[in-house]
Design a protein around this ligand. Structure first.
Ligand code: CU
Length: 356
C-alpha cells in the first residue's frame, strides 16, 4: 500500500513542468544558468499574487546574466523532471498556449512586478493543436529530456534607446509562460507555469517604445482564454490567447555588436548560477591543504545553491577537489609541495566580475 501511494505521488509530481535552460542560436547556457529557477514544478493558480511574475522566489536576482545579440533566436527547454533524470517533457494532459514576455531593468535587483512588460511571442491553438502539444512534439526524437520552442528575438534599432540612460544595450528579464487548461473550465482552475531568465541584450540602439502591460494585471481569471473548456466537443475556436498582442518591431535589429561589451567573468566550472574560482597557489604542504580546503568550501556552496535543475557541475568540481586532495597527499609524502596543482589550466578570477 505504501508503495502504491509513493507511485501516485511520483506521477502527480511528474505532471508539472518548468523551464530548465535557455539557449541562444542553438547553444545552451547550461541547466539553470541565468534562470531564476522556481523551487519546484508546481503551477501558479493566482493571477493577483506576485509569484505570477517570475514564480516563487523569482523576484530575486541570480548571479549570472546571459548575453544575446538583437535578432538572435532564443530557445527555452521545458522539463517535467527538472534535472533531466527522466525523459519526459510536458505531460499529455497539459494543453494550452505559451507566451514570452520581456521587461527592461536598470539592474536585476530592481523589482520586476508591475508595469513594463511587453510580449514578444505567443502561440495559442493552430493547425489542430495547442502550443503545449507542439512543445511535446519538439521534445520527442533526437532531443532527449527536452521540450523546446523557439522564436526570433528581434529588436529594432529603436528599441534599445528606450531608456537613454542605458544606451544601446540593456538588461532584460525574459519570462517564459505556459498555461495548462485541463481544469480551466472552472474559474481559477487555469494552471500557470512561469520561469524567468536574465539577459543582457546587445543592440545598435534606437527609440521605439513597445506598449507594455503590468504583471500582475495583464489578464484576468474570466478572460475567455483563461476560463476555457478544453474538453468541449467541438472546441470553441478561435482560441483567444491571454495577455496583449506581441510587440512587432518596425524594422529588424541585430548586426554586429556595438558599444562596450559587458565583461565576462571567467567560469571554468559552473552549475546553474554558481561559478568556480581558481584556488590559491602554495609553496608547502600546509598551503596545499589550505588550497584544497578552498576547493571543498566552494563545493559546499555549489551544492547548497544547486536549484532543482540539478548539480552536474558540482560533481565536476568535486572531482577537481578529489584530485587536489590526492595531490597534497602525494606531494606531502614526497616533500615537494610547491607552486600549485598540476594538470589542467586554471584561469584567473577576474575582479571586475559584474556585481549584482
Ligand atoms: Cu501539472
Amino acid at each position: 500500500m505504501r508503495f502504491f501511494y509513493f507511485a501516485v505521488l511520483a506521477s502527480s509530481a511528474a505532471a508539472h513542468h518548468l523551464i530548465s535552460s535557455m539557449s541562444v542560436s542553438g547553444r545552451s547556457f547550461g541547466d539553470g544558468t541565468c534562470l531564476r529557477v522556481p523551487p519546484n514544478t508546481d503551477p501558479l493558480l493566482s493571477l493577483t499574487d506576485k509569484s505570477i511574475v517570475c514564480n516563487i522566489g523569482g523576484d530575486r536576482a541570480v548571479g549570472r546574466i546571459c548575453d544575446v545579440d538583437a535578432g538572435q533566436e532564443i530557445t527555452f527547454t521545458w522539463r517535467t523532471w527538472p534535472d533531466g533524470s527522466r525523459n519526459d517533457p510536458i505531460a499529455e494532459s497539459h494543453q494550452g498556449p505559451c507566451a514570452v514576455y520581456m521587461k527592461q531593468v536598470n539592474s536585476f535587483s530592481d523589482s520586476i512586478d508591475g508595469d513594463g512588460w511587453f510580449k514578444i511571442w505567443h502561440e495559442g491553438y493552430a493547425n489542430g493543436m495547442f502550443c503545449a502539444q507542439r512543445l511535446r512534439r519538439n521534445g520527442g526524437g533526437t532531443s532527449r529530456s527536452r521540450c523546446v520552442y523557439s522564436h526570433p528575438l528581434i529588436f529594432n534599432r529603436k528599441l534599445m534607446l528606450q531608456n537613454a540612460n542605458i544606451g544601446c544595450s540593456g538588461e532584460y528579464v525574459v519570462r517564459g509562460e505556459m498555461l495548462a487548461l485541463h481544469q480551466a473550465q472552472n474559474i481559477g482552475g487555469a494552471q500557470w507555469y512561469v520561469t524567468c531568465g536574465q539577459l543582457h541584450v546587445y543592440s545598435t540602439g534606437g527609440d521605439a517604445r513597445p506598449p507594455t502591460v503590468s504583471i500582475p494585471g495583464y489578464t484576468t481569471p474570466d478572460h475567455p482564454g483563461v476560463h476555457y473548456n478544453m474538453w468541449a466537443q467541438p472546441l470553441s475556436l478561435p482560441y483567444r490567447i491571454p495577455g496583449p498582442e506581441p510587440y512587432v518591431p518596425t524594422s529588424a535589429g541585430g548586426g554586429p555588436r556595438q558599444g562596450p561589451v559587458r565583461p565576462q567573468p571567467p567560469c571554468p566550472v559552473s552549475n546553474a548560477n554558481w561559478c568556480s574560482r581558481p584556488v590559491p597557489g602554495f609553496s608547502d604542504e600546509v598551503g596545499c591543504y589550505r588550497s584544497s580546503a578552498d576547493c571543498w568550501a566552494q563545493l559546499d556552496i555549489c551544492y547548497k545553491e544547486a536549484p532543482v535543475t540539478g548539480n552536474k557541475g558540482c560533481k565536476v568540481w568535486e572531482n577537481t577537489c578529489e584530485r587536489y586532495k590526492a595531490h597534497c597527499l602525494k606531494c606531502g609524502a614526497e616533500r615537494n609541495c610547491n607552486g600549485g596543482f598540476p594538470g589542467r589550466r586554471v584561469r584567473r578570477f577576474s575582479m571586475d566580475e559584474k556585481k549584482l
